[in-house]
Design a binder for this molecule. Sequence first.
Ligand SMILES: [Zn+2]
Ligand SMILES: [Zn+2]
Length: 135
Amino acid sequence: MTTHKASCQCGALVAEAVEAPDFVVACNCVACQKRTGSPFGAAAYFGKTVFNVTGEPKTWSRRAESGRKLENHFCETCGSTLYWTLEMRPDHVGVPIGNFDSDSPTPIRAIWMQEKHDWVSFPEDWPTYEKGSPS
Ligand SMILES: [Zn+2]
Ligand SMILES: [Zn+2]
């Protein structure tokens, strides 16, 4: 049974997960800013085995600061990035929470605080990290 469904802006790409995300993170890094055009990105990470995509995404990859590869999978029609895969977390896929059609997951921590826009603030009870998530 699908618990979460996400789609690109035009609807050509659809992602579904049959289990809840393992973690949900707000990321202030410049790469997420560029990807979204927003001051930060927020994404839910699902186990690869519970995640399924319909449609034909294009792929663009970059190296994270760690040197490890990150691949963005996006719609060639509307340009939305629907999910990404990471060499650092090979068992997970990240899905931007803005792409969920309902029941958008809530982040539990914020990372890359050192690149955060000054006016952005997060709930006081969230753990925050200057760079990426520990481990
Ligand atoms: Zn699209
Ligand atoms: Zn980021």
